[in-house]
Design a protein around this ligand. Structure first.
Ligand code: PMP
Length: 374
C-alpha cells in the first residue's frame, strides 16, 4: 500500500507548520523581469578570466578552501573603499553564499529564540522569513502611504518593541525607495537607546541595490558604531546572481561574531575564485549599472506618462500601479509574454529593469493591458 506523506505528517517545528517557502515563479517566458537580476550575461573576457581562476582552484580541490576567504574579503574591502566612501580592511568585511546567508548568519549570532527582529514592511520578505527560521520573533514596523519610513513613527515602533535586531533596506525591495542618512541615524540611536540594558541592538542596513541609487552609500555610517552592519551582494550590480556571493561591512567584532555560527568552509574554492574574477571586472560591470540606471529612469518616466502611479526608484526595479486587481494585471502581462512580480503589495506590481528591448516589450504590454482593462 502506498501512502503519500504530507509535510504536516512530519515532526516539523511548530512555527514552520502551514508556511510557504520563498518562491518567485521561475517561468519560461520571453521577457523575464521578475527577480531583479541583471539582463546582461557576463562579458566574454570575464567568462575567460573565470575559467582561468576556476582551473587554478580546481587543481587544489583535494584541499578545503581558505576557511576565512581572506583574499576575497581583501578584494571586497578594496571595492567598498574605492566606491562607497570609507576605507576598510578585510577584518571589517565578511562574505558568504549570497547576502541571504550573511543575513542568516547575523540572525544566528544576534537573534534566536526569545529575541525579536523589526523591519519596515513592505520590504524584502526574507528578513522576516530568515528571522522565523532562526527562531527570532518578527515585528512589522510602519511605512507611509508613499512607502517611505516616517522617522517619528519608526522611532515609536522601536521604542515600543525594543527589538534585538533592526532591518532597514535601502534602496528598499520591493518599493525602490531609499532612506536618508538622517532617518537611518535616528533609528539607529533609538534602537541603541531602547536596548541600552543589553549592549544595544544589531542594526542591519541591507544595501543589496546600493550601486543603482541616486544617493551615496550609507557605508560611512558604520564608522564608530559597533552594532551597525551594512550588507551587500554581487547578485545585482555585478550581474552575478548565479554566483551566490554576498558580504557585509561592520566593526571587526561583528565579523568575529558571525564566525561563531558559520559552517566551516562555507564558501567553496570555486565560488571564491569566481567572485575574485568578477571583482577584477568591477569597472566594466559598473558601466552596465549606469546603462540600467538610465533605463530604470526611462521606465519611471514612461509609466508615469501612461498614467500609472509610480514609486520613485533608487534600485534596478520599479514599483507601479495602482490597479484594482494587481494579480489580474500580472496575469495579463504574462499573457503578453512579460513576467513581472506581484509582491503582495495591494494594487502594485514590480518590474525589473531589463535590456532596452525587454523594457520596450514591457512598456508595450502595459499599454495593451491598460487598454484591455479600461
Ligand atoms: N537583500 C535584498 C533587499 C534583496 O532583494 C535580495 C535578493 N532579491 C537579497 C538581499 C539577497 O540576495 P542574494 O542572496 O542573492 O545576495
Amino acid at each position: 500500500m502506498s501512502t503519500t506523506t504530507r509535510i504536516d505528517d512530519l515532526p516539523l517545528r511548530e512555527e514552520l507548520r502551514g508556511k510557504s517557502p520563498y518562491g518567485a515563479p521561475q517561468l519560461d517566458v520571453p521577457v523575464r523581469l521578475n527577480t531583479n537580476e541583471s539582463p546582461y550575461p557576463a562579458p566574454e573576457d570575464l567568462v575567460r578570466r573565470i575559467a582561468e581562476r576556476v582551473s587554478e582552484a580546481a587543481r587544489g580541490l583535494n584541499r578545503y578552501p581558505d576557511r576565512d576567504a581572506v583574499v576575497l574579503r581583501t578584494r571586497l574591502a578594496d571595492y567598498l573603499s574605492r566606491t562607497a566612501g570609507l576605507r576598510l580592511g578585510p577584518n571589517r568585511v565578511w562574505a558568504a553564499n549570497g547576502s541571504n546567508e550573511v543575513l542568516q548568519q547575523l540572525l544566528q549570532a544576534f537573534g534566536g529564540p526569545g529575541r525579536t527582529a523589526l523591519g519596515f514592511d513592505p520590504s524584502y520578505s526574507m528578513h522576516a522569513l530568515i528571522s522565523r527560521s532562526t527562531g527570532t520573533g518578527w515585528v512589522s514596523g510602519p511605512r507611509t502611504e508613499e512607502f517611505a519610513i516616517d522617522t517619528h513613527a519608526a522611532v515609536a515602533a522601536i521604542r515600543e518593541h525594543r527589538p534585538h535586531v533592526v532591518f532597514v533596506c535601502s534602496p528598499n525591495n520591493p518599493t525602490g525607495t531609499a532612506v536618508s542618512p538622517e532617518t537611518v541615524l535616528a533609528l539607529y540611536e533609538a534602537a541603541q537607546e531602547a536596548a541600552r540594558d543589553r549592549r544595544g541592538a544589531l542594526f542591519v542596513v541591507d544595501e543589496a541595490y546600493a550601486e543603482f541609487s541616486h544617493r551615496p552609500s550609507l557605508l560611512p555610517l558604520i564608522e564608530g558604531r559597533p552594532t551597525f552592519v551594512l550588507t551587500r551582494t554581487m547578485s545585482k550590480a555585478f550581474g552575478a546572481a548565479g554566483l551566490r556571493l554576498g558580504y557585509l561591512a561592520a566593526d571587526a567584532a561583528v565579523v568575529d561574531a558571525v564566525q561563531l555560527v558559520r559552517l566551516p568552509y562555507h564558501l567553496s574554492a570555486i565560488t571564491q575564485a569566481t567572485a575574485h574574477a568578477a571583482l577584477e571586472f568591477a569597472d566594466t560591470l559598473l558601466g552596465y549599472v549606469e546603462e540600467l540606471k538610465a533605463e530604470r529612469d526611462r521606465i519611471v518616466a514612461e509609466l508615469t506618462a501612461l498614467g500609472c502611479d509610480v514609486t520613485e526608484s533608487d534600485a534596478n526595479f520599479v514599483q507601479f500601479g495602482r490597479f484594482a486587481d494587481a494579480q489580474a494585471v500580472w496575469r495579463r502581462l504574462l499573457d503578453h509574454g512579460v513576467l513581472v512580480r506581484d509582491n503582495g503589495v495591494p494594487g502594485r506590481l514590480r518590474v525589473t529593469t531589463g535590456t532596452r528591448a525587454e523594457n520596450d516589450a514591457f512598456l508595450d504590454a502595459v499599454r495593451a493591458v491598460m487598454k484591455e482593462i479600461a
